[in-house]
Design a protein around this ligand. Structure first.
Ligand SMILES: [Zn+2]
Length: 191
């Protein structure tokens, strides 16, 4: 009688422990780090982006919707975005493939370039995300090709390149990019 009761109590205890393990184990096993949780986060601060701040958010959303290994999130301690009157190009990025740095936009040069402002913003974030200029400057299909174009949507190859870059253990790949003349370039014919 006593043994039977003890056995039942022990069995109940073991079942209880197993149930607890199952409860704790199940969510971890089921989620197994979804890709979004594993993504690198790059914070950006648009507090000094002035009238371009909404375009900065839009550009972040464009990149975020196309890649899963990295995410641009509004916050401090990452990329500071500053809009000023005049500079060497419509926009500049202080680094390529980096989580900390500065993007500068120059409103007069954006106007003079003839490129769409959102395209310029998406382009500079493309540098932060690890992309350089392609050889075919002025190809409107590529946001990294500059040119007097409006298209602000990266093409599949550009998105795939960002995806690959952050899937590894990336280190910054270059210093500031020379942006002079990139957006003033005529749009390539037939693209
Ligand atoms: Zn560039």
């Amino acid at each position: 009688m006593f043994r039977a009761t003890l056995f039942r109590a022990t069995l109940a205890g073991i079942v209880g422990v197993l149930a607890a393990i199952a409860l704790v184990g199940a969510p971890t096993a089921a989620s197994a780090l979804p890709r979004e949780d594993a993504a690198r986060t790059i914070y950006y601060n648009s507090g000094r982006a002035a009238e371009l701040a909404p375009l900065v958010d839009q550009a972040a959303e464009i990149w975020n919707s196309g890649v899963t290994t990295v995410r641009l999130v509004k916050g401090s301690g990452g990329i500071t975005v500053v809009t000023s009157e005049n500079g060497s190009a419509p926009g500049t990025a202080s680094c390529v493939g980096c989580t900390r740095g500065t993007i500068n936009f120059y409103r007069n040069q954006i106007k003079q370039s003839g490129a769409g402002p959102l395209r310029v913003v998406v382009h500079e974030f493309g540098h932060i995300l690890g992309l350089n200029h392609p050889p075919d400057i002025g190809n409107c299909d590529k946001v990294m090709a500059g040119g007097r174009c409006d298209n602000a949507q990266p093409n599949a190859q550009e998105l795939a390149a960002v995806e690959r870059f952050w899937a590894g253990r990336p280190a910054p790949v270059a210093g500031p990019v020379d942006e002079r003349g990139v957006f003033g370039a005529p749009a390539l014919a037939g693209t």
